[in-house]
Design a binder for this molecule. Sequence first.
Ligand code: SPD
Length: 275
Amino acid sequence: MEVWFTEDQTSNLKISCKVKEVLYHRISDFQKVVVIDTVEFGRMLTLDDVIQTTEKEEFVYHELITHVGLVTHPEPCRVLVIGGGDGGSIREVIKHDKVQEVVHVEIDDKVMEAAKMFLPTLSSGFNSPKVEIRVEDGIKHVKEHKNTYDMIIIDSSDPVGPAKGLFSKEFYQTVFEALKEDGLFVAQTESPFFNQDLIKNVHDSVGNIFPINHLFCGVIPTYPGGYWSFTMGSKIYDPLNVDNKNISELNTRWYSPDIHKAAFILPPFVKNYLK
Ligand code: SPD
């Protein structure tokens, strides 16, 4: 008998993947946490039946949400990762020699448990001596740590349930305050096709708080529409001014000096609704 996993990506759009095996299934205090082995994408983490990451294409998302900001900041010594319990962002952040300390704040320890057990290629960085893991609310952590971080990465799930507050104007203001005087942040900000109001709201909120504010995009085949956005807010450093010559070899599969520039090139339909 064939078993299929289906995510309702919008009320009118579904994605289905053929399942080989269910590896992990728990109801945490926050959500349903599942890892399945799929034919097309390898192992896949879902939260409340929404695809978060897959072995086959996770590198695009995790390299974009980390390296674009880490390369923009000349001295990213102290980095905070909020969410990202699968470990993919942590794995990428610790590739940077200049990063001395990564504080990883994840609200749901079951996500990390699932990743440690069944997604070893993502969670390999959890044991790095540079990484401090804290199971707590990212919103509270940011409020309580003023002027602390060079870079903050908001590797959240969709803006429902535990992640809803991570997309609010009030939260971006506390992110501004938690960053040092030359800090910057990068957040995942959903689909340019299906979440236009959200992207516009985030863009306006961040633009009112940070002097430098950019949207950039990449291709993540399992997310709605396949085309995905990230937002950077920065106090001083502009990602568009990074000199390609200063981008060192990071052993990446998606990110490169050319992708660093290309990711910020937006199609007219996105530029138009950001105006
Ligand atoms: N629609 C799903 C969006 C999920 C974005 N976050 C994924 C976390 C991967 N570390």
